[in-house]
Write a protein that binds this ligand. Structure first.
Ligand code: F0G
Length: 351
């Protein structure tokens, strides 16, 4: 008779809410931590996948959005706005519906996955395609929120980070301690910031005996943190992390350095290889950006940076159904058969 109540109710004492806060939730969080058998064999470690595609709108953004929209509602906002490569907008749009608010969305024209566009539309947000990239969209959203009555719900909103830090709590609760290493894709760098905050808070309160090393991976064509400079025209097939000037850049460097971790890059080819491995070997279908964490782990293992026997968690951030083009592209077309068991059996190699 009990179901998961959403991250605010489950972690109420660790989040900025009071008894009178009007909680806006779709019962996000409580996502599966799945043992990854093939990745464990390949690395000689105990690897787990934190499957954030299992959230209500199919990505980790819901953890941050329940918190950001809840606080916007409490403060009397009637409209919210975000810039997005697709997942933030899908999440903001859904939680705005729950809150009875208007949601405005700015996305880079032609550069978001179809499933995410469909979500923003069906949830009824006001969507503008901007003739620019994500970084342009974020600048525009910031300026609109400063000059018009609309609350910004990108991860520069501190409540987003508060909500997203709960993923670390769930991992420690499930493993009975923090892992040795935590691996994440990095785009605007809000999530690595949030996880690090969550791990630090839990350790400080004695809920874990340690904090993990934080390993972040950007796509090679969109790797400003790795390069140490803004990327003017970012590119990658992983459109979710096609970002040239991350808003939480400084915080990502702090997470890296305080934890003794690193931030590196993976190529689109490495991302797609990990994307296919996750689906075909682990049974976990993620969107391309999410596979950057696993691609990074495999790269690090090949470079001899992964000592055997460690506990490793890779966050896979978004559901594969968001961007199915990459599942279909390059795969053989299914054969058509008549309604005939013998013919079907033959094509299936059963006969
Ligand atoms: N993975 C997915 C699926 C994402 O959608 C994002 C970010 C990231 C990873 C990177 O997380 O930005 O916190 O470093 N998506 C944002 C959006 C930018 O608009 O949906 P980050």
């Amino acid at each position: 008779t009990h179901q998961w109540r959403g991250i605010i109710e489950e972690y109420r004492d660790r989040l900025p809410v009071t008894d009178t806060t009007p909680v806006v939730t779709l019962r996000e969080g409580g996502t599966p931590l799945v043992p990854a058998q093939v990745l464990s064999e390949r690395t000689g470690c105990e690897v787990h996948l934190k499957v954030e595609g299992a959230n209500p709108t199919g990505s980790f953004k819901d953890r941050g959005m329940t918190m950001a929209i809840t606080r916007a509602k409490e403060e009397g906002a009637q409209a919210v706005i975000c810039a997005s490569t697709g997942n933030t907008s899908a999440s903001a749009a859904a939680y705005a519906v729950r809150a009875g608010m208007v949601c405005a969305v700015l996305v880079p024209q032609g550069k978001i996955a179809l499933g995410k566009m469909g979500q923003a539309l069906v949830y009824g947000s006001k969507i503008l395609q901007v003739d620019g990239n994500f970084d342009d969209c974020l600048n525009l959203a910031r300026s609109l929120s400063e000059n018009y009555p609309v609350a910004l719900v990108n991860s520069v909103n501190p409540y987003r980070i508060e909500g997203q830090k709960t993923a670390s709590f769930e991992i420690v609760d499930a493993l009975d301690d923090a892992p040795d290493i935590h691996v994440l894709p990095v785009g605007n760098a809000g999530n690595i910031t949030a996880y690090w905050k969550g791990y630090k808070e839990y350790a400080a309160d004695g809920m874990s005996s340690r904090t993990p090393r934080m390993w972040g991976f950007q796509a090679s064509g969109s790797a400003p943190i790795v390069r140490g400079e803004v990327v003017k025209d970012p590119s990658t097939i992983a459109t979710a992390i096609r970002i040239g000037n991350p808003a939480s850049w400084t915080q990502a460097l702090a997470a890296r350095d305080e934890s003794g971790g690193f931030i590196d890059e993976v190529t689109d080819r490495e991302i797609l290889r990990a994307y296919r491995l996750l689906a075909s070997q682990e049974g976990v279908f993620v969107e391309p950006a999410s596979a950057a964490s696993v691609a990074g782990l495999l790269k690090a293992a090949e470079q001899g940076k992964v000592d055997p026997g460690q506990k490793i968690v890779c966050t896979v951030t978004g559901n594969g159904l968001k961007d199915p083009d990459w599942a279909v592209a390059g795969a053989p077309q299914p054969v058509t058969v008549p309604v005939d068991a013998a013919a079907a059996a033959e094509r299936l190699g059963l006969a």
